[in-house]
Design a protein around this ligand. Structure first.
Ligand code: PEP
Length: 253
């Protein structure tokens, strides 16, 4: 049910200065030496906007793909101080963007705003890593699947091309907390959602799903057996080359 290629995606959030490219250099070196597994996965890293241009040039012919962490919901140029449009992101040589991260949602992004970003990003030929996730109360009241389905339906539409969409399931209660869902619960939810999308959007193959939330070199072992997962979105542990590399090493151990 998982596509055989796995994705290890890092989200640096508000972290990094120009010299931080060295972290990616080390990850890139590891990748090239990883003869046994390197054809089984892709590495995508989302540094802040300040570093995207430099990093996308530096890693252009290397194996680390650069993503943005977000983009604005208006395109091209305009009177929007501090904002960066999908068109501007694409012109930096970037092919991916995260959208709908819970930290952006809690800063005021609604499903409607995310939907606009989503279609503009796809229109600009950016692939979208769309983040969804339930909060603690929604989990406690067993509304997880309902919340996730709603987040999917509010943003994705029938004419969107699933080849350019990766969904990242990130329970809000798990982000940065050290708590993770049980593997059986995670497997069950991902399976339900993949089947739901296939049916609802009438697509032929299962969409790609990542898991994100407190993934590190220790927790990764709990996810190894979940074949339905196509990879991981890593926050805190992506800021250190060693931690990020250890996640990949332990996944394939
Ligand atoms: C994230 O913010 O996308 C994330 C998954 O964070 P962390 O890995 O630190 O929980």
């Amino acid at each position: 049910m998982a596509n055989s290629l796995r994705y290890f995606v890092g989200n640096w959030k508000m972290f990094g200065v120009p010299g931080s490219y060295k972290i990616l250099d080390k990850i890139n070196q590891f990748y090239h030496k990883d003869q046994k597994n390197k054809n089984k996965y892709k590495i995508i890293m989302a540094p802040p906007d300040t570093l995207i241009y430099d990093f996308s040039k530096r890693f252009k012919n290397k194996k680390i793909i650069i993503s943005s962490q977000n983009c604005y919901h208006q395109d091209l140029f305009g009177p929007y101080t501090g904002k960066v449009s999908p068109f501007m992101i694409k012109r930096l040589g970037v092919n991916y963007t995260l959208l709908g991260h819970s930290e952006c949602r809690s800063a005021g992004e609604t499903d409607e705003i995310i939907k606009k970003k989503f279609s503009l990003a796809l229109k600009n030929n950016l692939k979208v890593i769309y983040c969804i996730g339930e909060n603690k109360i929604q989990k406690r009241t067993k509304s997880t699947v309902k919340v996730l389905k709603k987040q999917i339906l509010k943003v994705i539409s029938k004419n969107n091309n699933f080849n350019n969409i990766i969904i990242a399931y990130e329970p809000i209660w798990s982000i940065g907390s050290g708590s993770i869902p049980s593997p059986s619960e995670l497997k069950k939810n991902i399976t339900i959602l993949k089947n739901f999308i296939v049916k609802k959007f009438r697509i032929k193959s299962h969409p790609k799903f990542l898991y994100g939330g407190s993934v590190d070199k220790n927790t990764i072992k709990h996810f190894k057996s979940i074949k339905e997962l196509d990879g991981f979105l890593v926050g805190g542990a992506s800021k250190s080359s060693k931690n990020f590399i250890d996640i990949i090493k332990n996944f394939y151990k």
